[in-house]
Design a protein around this ligand. Structure first.
Ligand SMILES: [Zn+2]
Length: 218
């Protein structure tokens, strides 16, 4: 018999995350490099059984964390970041297709961004365990930007491309297509919190994240 790593839904005493943290990494790896690439990364994470029998419900956060770390170790930095970002977009697409009710989506899309953003943020906060596991999450909207902080983010990898892409896709689809997400503090780079700043529309000069394209229209 294999060890507990292969029984992700049978352990009781560990925080869980949503299965998309694993499933969509597999999908992104297959899309980019085929089955062999997916096997290579899952094997490096000690999670090959999860590739053959994907988790169908909440899953152990340590398995998801091991997979994201193995991905970063196994691939060149830029390639790993692309896979994580693609997995994040796929995760958001799954949530849009299966988890966020259509009437709520219509409402959010119809509302001005300033009104839709705090509603979406509240929903994200209510489902924080799916992306933060044991990490303590706070979320705030100040009328112009949303801030999400995850204390001791168990799924942190440098720059957290998966989390950034999940938030970006959800906000761009439901709130404002111009949304920019910055990640100025990261547990994987020594910070206590992973902090995400989500800005739905144009930002006055001086506030834009250094990596953002120009947003001078506000
Ligand atoms: Zn981070």
């Amino acid at each position: 018999m294999q060890d507990a790593l292969n029984r992700p839904e049978e352990t009781a005493d560990e925080a869980r995350v949503g299965p998309n943290a694993i499933l969509q990494v597999a999908a992104a790896l297959r899309a980019a490099g085929g089955e062999a690439e997916a096997r290579r990364v899952f094997e490096a994470a000690g999670l090959l059984p999860l590739l053959a029998a994907p988790p169908t419900a909440m899953t152990r956060q340590s398995a998801a964390a091991a997979l994201h770390l193995a991905l970063r170790d196994a691939l060149p930095e830029a390639a790993a970041e692309r896979i994580q970002a693609d997995a994040g977009r796929r995760t958001a697409d799954y949530l849009l297709a299966n988890r966020i009710p259509r009437p709520a989506q219509w409402l959010l899309k119809a509302l001005p961004g300033r009104l839709a953003a705090p509603i979406l943020l509240k929903s994200i906060r209510a489902n924080a365990w799916t992306f933060a596991g044991s990490g303590r999450v706070t979320a705030a909207w100040d009328g112009r930007r949303a801030r999400i902080e995850i204390l001791d983010n168990p799924l942190a990898t440098p720059g957290c491309p998966w989390h950034v892409a999940v938030f970006e896709r959800l906000f761009r689809t439901l709130v404002d297509a111009r949304t920019q997400v910055a990640h100025p503090a990261c547990c994987a780079r020594g910070a206590l919190h992973c902090r995400f700043e989500i800005i739905p529309a144009g930002v006055p000069a001086g506030h834009a994240h250094a990596g953002d394209p120009g947003k001078e229209s506000a």
